[in-house]
Ligand binder design. Sequence first.
Ligand code: FRU
Length: 436
Amino acid sequence: MSETNLIHLKAPNCWINDPNGFIYFKGMYHLFYQCFPYSAQWGRMHWGHAVSKDLVHWEHKGIALYPSKKDDRSGCFSGSAVEWNGKMHLIYTGVNYLQEDPENINTCLNDQFQSAQLMITSENGMTFDNLADKKTILPPIEKPHMGSKTHTRDPKVWREKDTWYMVLGSSVEEKGRLLFYRSKDLEHWEYVSHAEKDNFGWMWECPDYFETDGKKVLIFSPMGFLKEGKAYDSAAICMIPEFDTKSCIMHLPDEFQFLDYGLDLYAPQSATDAEGRRVLVAWARMPEAVDGKWNGMFCIPRIVEVKNGHIYFRPHPNMTNQFTKKITSPLEAGKGGYRISVDMHQGSEINIGGYRILYQKNRVYADRSAVFAGHNEIRCQFETPEIREGNHLDIYVDANLIEVYINDGEYVLSNVVYSLSNEIQAENYEIFTTET
Ligand code: FRU
């Protein structure tokens, strides 16, 4: 398994979901991900592994983690990576099914499973000894008022001064919450505090907390948050919290942004890049496998910045620098797809192979109905909040994912699509493709 992926990292002929263990380690970007290697549907989770020198060209490295211990016998769920003493440490959730589905032992029945937190250590970030180097660092939670024995997962670990911190997503009495722990050695962890908020769903998946240019950012994916009755009732959201490192007390504001207004992206994870910038990737949820073979891909790595209380997500410069070759039609585009650059005005519309983008009342609207056939259970129409800063769009188009960046990341709206045509209807636009 060592095929190369350009621009969007895609599932290597199987199923993938969340990005995991994203880290710049010894001169190389490592992106692990939730993976069921045997078919294009979700099952007993493994960690797939891909590496890149530039966040643009990715090479698949096969499976890094697989179920091997009692505590992760039913799956290696999401988690994060840190470097310490020159080694890579992957901290993740191990799942143990208490009631296996006899017809599909890769899934469990009636939510009967328990979750522990584990760590595996690797000298070089390339080889992982699943038998010798795994340790359980937090057993399943036994105090229901503190967190759920079942739904506590997705550790994100970071260091401040001489202490390690961990945030986990959890649930108590049908309400999502975050649990904060700290440690001196990554192995022994002490519970410190929790944070919660009304009306933000029943369980919070994949929390991520970091500072960028001194500004704090919290990202998580609450389940049961969107109430419109369509198939995805969860979404990735972000906000600017207050956080006191000493007490691990976090206050969550009422204001939040969606990570992406196309509502397909989920379970994002961030890392710092070679220049120390905060960079993030997220899973693009796909209702159908492509060619019946692969399901799941990641968005373009995005730089996260906070300006005037607003969180921006712009394409990583390594990516923007790729799309420099001017072309006149999508038919001339290379393997990495193409970028459309366009200024919108009130009432204007672009049609990209069936995907419609409209600009009205200072908002960007998108409609994918014509390129999403057979998926009525999932939303097709989307809109951004009111835009403040201009009306420039950079639209990255790949066969199954369109990413619309508005005003260099003021908002982003990305959608999964199928069967795009090569026709573009728009005014005053330019198209660029990659040199390779
Ligand atoms: C989010 C998620 C995580 C979990 C993983 C399992 O998509 O449900 O909370 O760790 O996927 O694959």
